[in-house]
Design a binder for this molecule. Structure first.
Ligand code: NAD
Length: 370
């Protein structure tokens, strides 16, 4: 039996807990069918934490998150908490986790499952077999740069200011994550910023090049302006393997790539930080979607994005790539068999509930994983 792996589960609000219930069944499956034991802990974040403690995350939960191998988060937010001050809204719980754990590399895979090629807005031949990884810098850049604010210049004129700023260590650490990934995949990395019009972009480009030449000569690095990358993503997305980009452009490019794959209900993500003195990399895994209050509590949510987020945890935090592959294959097979939750429903397919989708994935795991 392998040593225990610690996982903190934060289901959150809305459909978060429903999706997480299905994930827990997959975790149980892994324990029973693979020589692995997870130390599971579960706690509150977002609106659920506000209701109990008055704040979107407690210091105790942040400390727990600091001390586990991985955090798996459902989703936060909902209309019940919409009128709260920005400083205590559910989303602040999520932002605090990202900040306190210094999760600077956001991994957003865009994989198009064969069974869902018709759900993409692009032609099937453009997205069939698509498998891209976008690495977005998550803790720096224009969303955090100083000075920032809105100033009154008098005479009815106001000025809004944000600052795009990156230091070499910030660029190096996210570049290393992207190069490592490219090395394990197809060996190709495209760095996307606006080096033509922004000094921070020039620095980014130069520093990514240095890391590539000195530490990852086996990875083929190229550079693309971020606006061109947006065009290329919708013109010929399969040209990409791994993309590394800053916080602002990554926000846009990762959402653009996500839509190539069909539905929000299918998209996992990972946010990674530094490796600590025990060799453990800080990590949080979560679906891209929100708490979907419009369908919460109705057994309608697609649990696949959260299940695939757990698969990413197996791959990137627990060094269990075969088990991660197994979950992804099980999902692919269930979709190929015609089962669909409402968000990915198509003509001729069988519309199923959240729990039925969970049942089907477990049955498939039994079939292919034993
Ligand atoms: P959303 O992602 O929650 O929902 C957008 C649409 O997609 C909805 O129609 C929803 O029903 C559907 N959808 C999303 N996930 C689905 C799934 N797994 N299965 C089936 N359908 C799904 O985004 P929103 O409506 O803009 O936001 C709702 C709440 O979630 C807000 O409070 C928002 O602040 C919060 N939010 C949280 C996160 C997060 O926790 N990371 C991310 C985005 C939004």
């Amino acid at each position: 039996m392998a040593s225990n792996k610690s996982l903190l589960i934060l289901p959150g609000d809305g459909i978060g807990p429903e999706a997480m219930t299905e994930v827990r069944r997959v975790v149980d499956w892994m324990e029973h069918n693979r020589a692995v034991k997870f130390d599971l802990d579960e706690d509150l974040v977002g609106g659920a934490s506000i209701d109990k403690h008055g704040i979107p995350i407690t210091d105790e939960v942040v400390e727990k998150a600091q001390n586990v191998d991985a955090v798996l988060l459902g989703a936060v937010g909902g209309p019940k908490w919409d009128n709260l001050d920005f400083s205590v809204k559910p989303e602040r719980g999520l932002l605090r986790l990202r900040k306190d754990l210094e999760l600077y590399a956001n991994l957003r895979p865009a994989i198009c499952f064969d069974a869902l090629v018709d759900a993409s807005s692009l032609k099937p031949e453009l997205v069939s077999g698509l498998d891209i990884m976008i690495v977005r810098e998550l803790t720096g850049g224009v969303y955090f740069g100083e000075p920032r604010g809105i100033e009154d210049l008098g005479n009815g004129v106001r000025r809004g200011v944000n600052t795009q700023v990156y230091t070499t260590p910030e660029i190096h650490r996210v570049a290393r994550v992207a190069f490592e990934l490219a090395k394990k995949r197809d060996g190709r990395l495209v760095s996307c910023v606006k080096a033509n019009v922004m000094e921070s972009g020039v620095l980014w480009r130069e520093e990514v090049t240095i890391i590539g030449e000195t530490e990852f000569p086996e990875v083929e690095l190229s550079h693309m302006y971020a606006d061109n990358a947006a065009m290329q993503l919708v013109r010929a997305p399969k040209q990409f393997d791994v993309i590394v980009t800053d916080n602002l452009f990554g926000d846009i490019l990762s959402d653009c790539a996500a839509m190539l794959t069909g539905s929000l209900g299918m998209l996992p993500s990972a946010s990674l930080g530094d490796v600590d003195e025990h060799g453990r990399r800080k990590a949080m895994y979560e679906p891209v979607h929100g708490s979907a209050p419009d369908i919460a509590g109705q057994n309608l949510a697609n649990p696949i994005a959260t299940i695939l987020s757990y698969a990413m945890a197996l791959r990137y935090s627990f060094d269990m790539p075969e088990e991660a592959d197994l979950i992804e294959t099980a999902v692919q097979n269930v979709l190929a068999g015609g089962m669909r939750t409402a968000d990915i429903m198509a003509e001729g397919m069988a519309k199923v509930a959240t729990t039925t989708m969970g049942d089907a994935i477990l049955r498939e795991l039994d079939k292919i994983g034993n």
